[in-house]
Ligand binder design. Structure first.
Ligand code: BEZ
Length: 262
């Protein structure tokens, strides 16, 4: 059996993806990732690892700038989609990277918050980078989707699932700086960016796409999932839906760069 047939490489059980939903409802994720590709500034001929490449939309942008890119993701469905774009995408866990001084840069957009063992991620990144190589990241940061998580937790409790944990890691700048520095990276520079993000497909679709793994992991059967989602949407309406019916997600991004010593 090929690794893709064996199933998810994710060590985070709340991370579960259906490529079609992700590409439709989550198309804003790579679209909003353009600034972090600019920060990466990929050069012709560079060898770059896209850590948590998802469906490969940004991997492709980096490749089109002339770099040779390897994408890695824990979701078989997303890896297949990335491969169908003609990309070198591989199934693997960001907490168990097995590269050895191969890359000029490691890039990651909207993925590291799924990898709960950040020390293991940094350790694998440091090993994967050539001396002087750079680590360029955007991920959910401290306070990310706080309203969504609060409403979802209240709705879960109402439906008989109390005390659930979101299953994601949203660090402050200082927290990731400490982790990166302890892992051997230098020149850490980061910022938190408040980014209320329009959800063209609405909040219910966002929850179905991005919190499916969470609901499955907590044993919420499909017919109850819609009730949990409907109550979450109503709790969020005053905070995240404007007078014209437009929905936003209360995203906060942590964007940072660091590098391996030369
Ligand atoms: C995020 O990119 O911040 C995010 C994505 C899916 C679920 C929760 C947060």
């Amino acid at each position: 059996m090929s690794p893709l047939e064996r199933g998810s490489a994710a060590s985070n059980p709340t991370s579960s993806w259906v490529a079609g939903h992700y590409t439709d409802v989550g198309s804003f994720v790579p679209a909003l990732g353009a600034p972090v590709v600019d920060l990466l500034n990929p050069q012709h001929g560079e060898h770059i690892l896209d850590l948590g490449c998802g469906d490969g939309a940004l991997t492709q942008v980096i490749a089109e700038r002339g770099a040779t890119v390897v994408g890695i993701d824990a979701s078989p469905d997303l890896v297949r989609t990335a491969q169908s774009r003609g990309l070198d995408a591989r199934l693997g866990s960001g907490e168990h990277l097995e590269f050895d001084e191969e890359f000029d840069a490691v890039f990651s957009n909207a993925a590291l918050h799924w990898m709960l063992d950040a020390d293991a991620v940094v350790s694998g990144v440091v090993k994967a980078l050539r001396p002087g190589g750079r680590f360029v990241v955007e991920m959910g940061g401290f306070g990310n989707i706080a309203a969504v998580l609060t409403a979802l937790s209240a709705s879960m409790e109402k439906h008989g699932y109390p005390g659930t944990s979101p299953g994601q890691f949203y660090p402050t700048v200082q927290q990731y700086d400490r982790i990166a520095t302890a892992g051997g990276l230098i020149d850490f520079a980061g910022e938190l960016i408040l980014r209320p993000t329009p959800l063209e497909s609405g909040m219910a679709s966002w929850l179905r796409t991005f919190r499916q793994g969470f609901l499955d992991h907590h044993g919420v059967p499909p017919e109850r999932q819609e009730l949990v989602i409907a109550d979450t949407v109503e709790l969020l309406r005053p905070a995240l839906c404007d007078v014209d019916g437009n929905w936003f997600a209360d995203y906060v991004r942590l964007r940072f760069t660091a590098r391996k010593p030369s």
